[in-house]
Each structure stands twice: as structure tokens, then as C-alpha cells.
Design a protein around this ligand. Sequence first.
Ligand code: FES
Ligand SMILES: [Fe+2]
Length: 417
Amino acid sequence: MNNAYGRATPTENITLTHVEQGSPMGEVMRRFWQPIAVSDELTDLPKLVKILCEELVLFRTKEGKVGCVDPHCSHRGASLEFGRIEEKGIRCCYHGWVYDTTGKCIEMPCEPSGVCERMNVYQPAYPTMEYGGLVFVYMGPPGTEPLFPMYDVIDTRGRDDVVLKGMKIWGDYSIGYVRDCNWLQHYENVVDPWHLLILHQMISGDQFVGAMMDGTAPGIDFIKTPLGISYHFTRSLPNGNRMVRFGQTVVPNIFLVPNLHESGANPKRQDKPSECSWAVPIDNEHVTAFSIVAWPLENGKPKKDWRPRTDTAIPIRPGSNSLLTRSYEDRQRRPDDLEAQEGQRTIAVHALEKLATSDKGIVLLRRMLSEQVKAVQKGKDPRNVVRDEKLNHAIPTHAWNTILSAEEAAQYAGEVV
Ligand code: FES
Ligand SMILES: [Fe+2]
């Protein structure tokens, strides 16, 4: 017996899990544009947000520009979340100082003329940009902003069959609502295909439909790609077809999940995910996520009733996005990603884990993240920073579902398809 008396809990892996400014992984995260809000959330009111352990106030001026500033007014600290949005900036509610989207104070109504110019006050601010219906912020050292990376699944230049929509994920087509735990627990889940067979099937019933839930015992392996770690899942389906599936992480915190509800009925090649997602640390103990979804158009309008990742009717997954309405008993009887990941402790303790062969994806991912930490500490760009406009076109990702007929499966055995 490994008696529990006197057992100790070592500290967490601070290097990979903590994300505050100056922390190793926090600095890696701060070398990328991070999604901070859905564009539609910026209305005529400011929005207080927390990301990477920092509170920030986001606002869209009446001219349409987006600003992202420290909440506490440079004058005497009132929170700009209570400010008023105006033509060119945000006006502090207390004494009316106005800041533009660069943080420059452009008006001090209680001061004689000339004082505002003379004092030359700048509210701490971060650069922002918008793409695909999301607002992104760059929280790294000034002047080091990379290009926004145009991965194939969200590069719609030259395409007229889809429109990009930004959204918070874990909605009703959810992959599981995860919140009160460290970001890495959620991110590692992307390269943990074994849990699909256990958590989402054996324990909680078929939480997906189609090929993911049916067929022979799968073959699972992991590969390193130029972008991150990708898993490889193959199995023969009851209808004689063969499924070949790749899911991918794009380090440090992007992930691509192909359709989890692929029916497997019709042969198809490299059916890519319809969305690109980010696991975004709110702080060290909370994570949220955003997606840009390439939504199909029908007669020039976004297709109604279409849901990403499905080509069949999608069942409501028990538990998804319904944390508040689920009883504790239901959570115990049919746990989901939320229960599994939060249950690993608020911040998982790597030193206590007994990693086994099925954890190869986790090991490869942690190793690759550690390499990015070292790169940033040496003053280098981490993997996936894009600076060359010529290379920033439909960057190929390694995530898709392929369905082979029985004849094709024999023909392409062992090849990447
Ligand atoms: S505290 Fe903001 S203007 Fe005075
Ligand atoms: Fe899951």
C-alpha cells in the first residue's frame, strides 16, 4: 500500500503553467497576438477583461478604432470600465480625462488650456487588431509584433464560399466547457485522443456521433510538425471504410480539431477543421477559448442552422455548456472535459504524474513548449512567429479527417493521407 498519510504535494510546473508578465510561459504567450474579445462585444460601453493575469479595459471609439488600456486612469486611478466612449477615445468618469486608442491623453477638461499638451500623459496601452470577428491584443515588448498568422483554415483570401465568424467556444456545439483550471490542462487535452474513447465514450456514453465512436480498436500515434504536435488516429469502420484523423496543436496555444462527428459514410480526403481556436489563459487558474470559424455561405448568406465540426445532425452533448444547470450527481455520472480537467487540480502537478505510453502527445507538447520558453529567454522568436508577408498565405496545418474506401485503405496503407 502507498499509504496516504504524510504525503506531500510538490509545487506545480511553474515554467509551463504560469503566465503572468515576466514568467517563462507568460513571455512566450506575449510574443503572439492573443484573442481577447469577440468584435461584437465592443458596444457603446467599455469592457473590462482579464488575460494573462492582467486586467485591461477594451473599448471601440465612435470612429470605430479599438483601444486596450490599463484600467486605472493615469490621473488618480478611477477605473476606465466606468468611462464614457466618445468619438476619439474613452473619457474617465471622474474628472473627464480622455484617452485615445494609443493611450495618449487628449483632453483634460478641469485644466487650463495648454496643460494637457505640456503634461503629455500616456495611459499604459497595448496594440490591438481585428481579424475574423475577434479582437486581438499584443502584450509583448513594444515593436516586436509579428504578423497575424494566416493558417489555411482561416485564410479566406480568394475564397467566396465562407465567411469568418469570431466566437467564444464551448457553446452548444461544444468540445466541453472548461474554466476553473490552468490553461495547459485544456491545451494538453488536444493531443490526448485516448480520452475520446474513455471519457467521452466508455464513461459518459457516446458524446460524439459517427466514426469517432465506432469501429475497430484505433491505432494512435503522435508526430511533430513544423507548427506543433499532431496526433494520428486510424481505425477501420463498420461500413468497411477506414478513418485517418489528425488533430493538431500550433504552439504555444492554438489548436485545430477536425470534425468530431464525422460519419465515415463517404470517402473524402483531408477534410480540414472549419475553425482555428485559441486556449487563452485568463490567469494561472482560469482558461477561456476563442475560435475563428469559417462559416459556409448559402446564396451569399451565412448558412442557417449550420454547426462547425458536423456533417450530420448533432446531438446535444450531455453536459456541454450547461455547467450551471447540471447537478452534481449528473456531473459524477456523466463527467465531461470540464470535470476531467478541473479535477486534475486547479493547476496540475506534473511532478506527481505517472506518465505512460498513451501520454506521448503530452510529453512531446511539453517538450516543445519548453523549447519555446528557452528561445524567448535567449531573445529569439519562438516557433510560429511569422514575420515574412510572402510566407503568410494559407500556412498549411496538419489537422484533418480522411475517409478511405476499403480499396483505398489497402492501396495507401502506411502513407499520410
Ligand atoms: S481619475 Fe480619471 S480623470 Fe481623474
Ligand atoms: Fe474531450
